[in-house]
Design a binder for this molecule. Structure first.
Ligand code: GDP
Ligand code: IMO
Ligand code: MG
Length: 427
């Protein structure tokens, strides 16, 4: 039994895509199990850049079956556009190589309209979502009465019946929040989504049954996490989170596969911290060092293009994410981004009203009060992007990685020194 999972331990964008791509060579099935087109995973090899959002990174490898499992929320238009882009660059993707769960929930235009109205109503305290209708679709999933699943979409009679129930209610709800709102038409949505359904039908299947069969047949599964532990709806920095279980807790519910089959759980961490959207961020660097990290690390969102907020590595937050997910080891990414710095700080604990703590707080009001207690380490001031072996890393770079390992509490198995697949230290 070989199954691996790749989980972001911070606030997303830890470079999960790069590690999933790297590990795909030794797996047969790659599974996306949560989130939707709020994710942006960049994969670079042979000088080619691929930006994946809803499709698992496995799609770039022809030996692999890519699965979009039950916990994902699917915008059919975004899916088809992304797939067309991949087909253009990498050739046809037959349905045997790409499966979408018939239990996955579908994003409709009213989800984005509702989200825009909700975010506007919060004003300066907006969550800062990606505006892709992710949270409002998950809200309907939990609420049940307005939910429409992929298996409904692919049956026109079921879709029509559901839209006739849901759309008039959505129109009334959104009109009460937004005076300038133009109501949605059942006929227009039905026609548009029937067109998508015709193209999607070959890919839609019972992915849970497929995954269970795959395990019995000895196929090697790779679970591709999206977002990160601190964005988890239950365990993250609520309400500045995404609307699903983006820590390791979500693998089982999102895929229908017990996490007991996973024998290697890899936590992905950035050598510093970034965050997109609102919410407290104790180690944020709102200064020229933060700006330096943003420029060198090209820290601008893949999905929305927003500048990512940058700060020092936070071992309290990351250690919490690692324990939550139950990782076996960690991969430290983007270490090269720190190449030019004289000194580097790592947050090893928080000061909460004069008391030292390494517990991550339950409430953002408390997180906002946490003052980082830093350990200062010397920089290495050397370009490490060409290094391929641990033994060749500058002493101070290795010391920095070892400090992350010590403070987070897990061994470091992978060190990444550049965006390309080849720029990875595995030994
Ligand atoms: P994901 O959402 O976790 O897959 O991460 P993203 O793809 O959104 O963001 C990570 C970014 O860092 C991407 O632009 C990657 O190409 C890039 N990247 C990955 N690893 C490294 C690295 O070791 N060094 C540098 N400089 N960039 C990296
Ligand atoms: P990947 O998979 C970073 C953030 C948004 C916002 C919050 C809620 O690339 O790591 P949502 O649209 O999900 O309701 O937004 O979550 N967010 C991410 N931040 N990386 C991501 O994905 C994210 N997906 C959502 O910026 O703060
Ligand atoms: Mg990303």
């Amino acid at each position: 039994m070989t199954a691996t999972s790749v989980i972001g331990l911070q606030w997303g964008d830890e470079a999960k895509g790069k590690i999933v791509d790297l590990l795909t060579a030794e797996h047969d099935v790659v599974v996306r199990y949560l989130g939707g087109n709020n994710a942006g995973h960049t994969v670079i090899f042979d000088g080619e850049t691929y930006k994946l959002s809803l499709l698992p990174a496995g799609i770039l490898h022809s030996h692999v079956v890519s699965v979009i499992a039950t916990g994902v929320v699917i915008n059919p238009k975004a899916f088809l556009t992304e797939l067309a882009g991949i087909v253009e660059r990498r050739g046809e993707v037959p349905p045997e190589r790409l499966q979408i769960s018939d239990r996955a929930h579908v994003i409709f235009p009213y989800h984005t309209a509702e989200e825009a109205a909700f975010e506007k109503a919060r004003g300066g305290d907006a969550i800062g979502t990606t505006m892709r209708g992710i949270g409002t679709c998950y809200r309907d999933k939990a609420g049940r009465t307005h939910a429409i699943r992929m298996g409904d979409l692919t049956h026109p009679d079921r879709l029509r019946r559901r839209l006739e129930e849901v759309v008039p209610q959505k129109n009334r709800a959104i009109a009460s929040l937004d005076d300038e709102f133009t109501p949605f038409s059942v006929d227009e949505i039905f026609e548009e989504y029937c067109g998508y359904a015709d193209q999607l039908r070959p890919y839609v299947t019972d992915t849970t049954a497929f995954l269970h069969r795959s395990i019995n047949e000895g196929r090697r599964l790779l679970f591709e996490g999206a977002q990160g532990c601190l964005l988890d709806i239950d365990h993250g920095t609520f309400p500045y989170v995404t609307s699903s279980n983006s820590s390791g807790c979500g693998i089982h519910s999102g895929s229908g596969v017990s996490e007991r089959v996973i024998n290697r759980m890899i936590g992905i961490v950035k050598a510093y911290t970034t965050r997109v959207g609102g919410g407290p961020f104790p180690t944020e660097l709102d200064n020229e060092i933060g700006q330096h990290i943003r420029e060198v690390g090209r820290e601008y969102g893949t999905v929305t293009g927003r500048p990512r907020r940058c700060g020092w590595f936070d071992a309290v937050a990351t250690g919490y994410g690692a324990r939550l997910s139950g990782v076996d080891c960690i991969a430290v990414m983007l270490v090269d981004v720190l190449d030019g710095l004289d000194e580097i700080q790592v947050c090893e604990a928080y000061d909460f009203n004069g008391v030292r703590t390494t517990d991550f707080p339950s409430h953002v009001e408390d997180l906002a009060q946490m003052k980082p207690i830093y350990r200062t380490l010397p920089g290495w001031k050397t370009d490490i992007t060409g290094i391929r072996k641990r033994a060749d890393l500058p002493e101070n770079a290795m010391r920095y990685v070892d400090t992350i390992s010590e403070l987070v509490g897990y061994p470091v198995e992978i060190i990444s020194v550049g965006p390309d697949r080849a720029q990875t230290i595995l030994d």
